[in-house]
Write a protein that binds this ligand. Sequence first.
Ligand SMILES: *Cc1c(COP(=O)(O)O)cnc(C)c1O
Length: 220
Amino acid sequence: MIKDNLLAVRQTLKENVKLVAVSKYQPLDYVKQAYEAGQRVFGESHALEVRDKAEAMPKDIEWHFIGHLQTNKVKYIAPFISCIESVDSLKLMQEINKQALKNDRVIDCLLQFHVAQEETKSGFTLEECEQVLSSDEFALLKNIRIVGVMGMATYTEDEKQIRKEFKTLVANFAYLKMAYFSANQDFKEISMGMTDDYKIAMSEGSTIVRVGSGIFGSRG
Ligand SMILES: *Cc1c(COP(=O)(O)O)cnc(C)c1O
């Protein structure tokens, strides 16, 4: 079943779009089934849960952290995490940098933007993000690599609204690329789209989609 869902989702992916299989709250057995179907990129939103799953699973998996990350939890994921997609403050960047240094590695990060209408969704505004990127403190961080942006659209049936929010995220990406990362080849990812809106997101230009329930079923 998970295998069939995965194959079905893969068939709808545009070329060069990376699929993150969001396995948060799903049992390890489900992660194994997806792994056996060839999936190697997984998304999780809790530090201890992803740490435990990463310990139990083969080491060729790319784990993406996609949830709100408290600074005191960074240490649990710093040894192995491939990408932290939910970076939304200088303080968090500084802690990721510190833990990456301790582990003698560079950790890929995406800048999360608040583009939805819901107040509950976290992320930078463009102004906040620019303040960070132009700060002296940010310039000191050598053990994080900013590889792009991430965002979530409002949970709504209104496709126009969703499109508008994805367009905002893409515009933020283009602006930051021009203003801060023009000489930086690493800054190239736009992570947007979940089970209900990833096709819309791809048509607006996502390079990464994060699909959970469409692969694993509901999280109960
Ligand atoms: C849970 C979650 C997803 C996956 O959501 P589905 O609707 O199950 O596909 C994607 N991105 C983020 C940030 C999430 O928290």
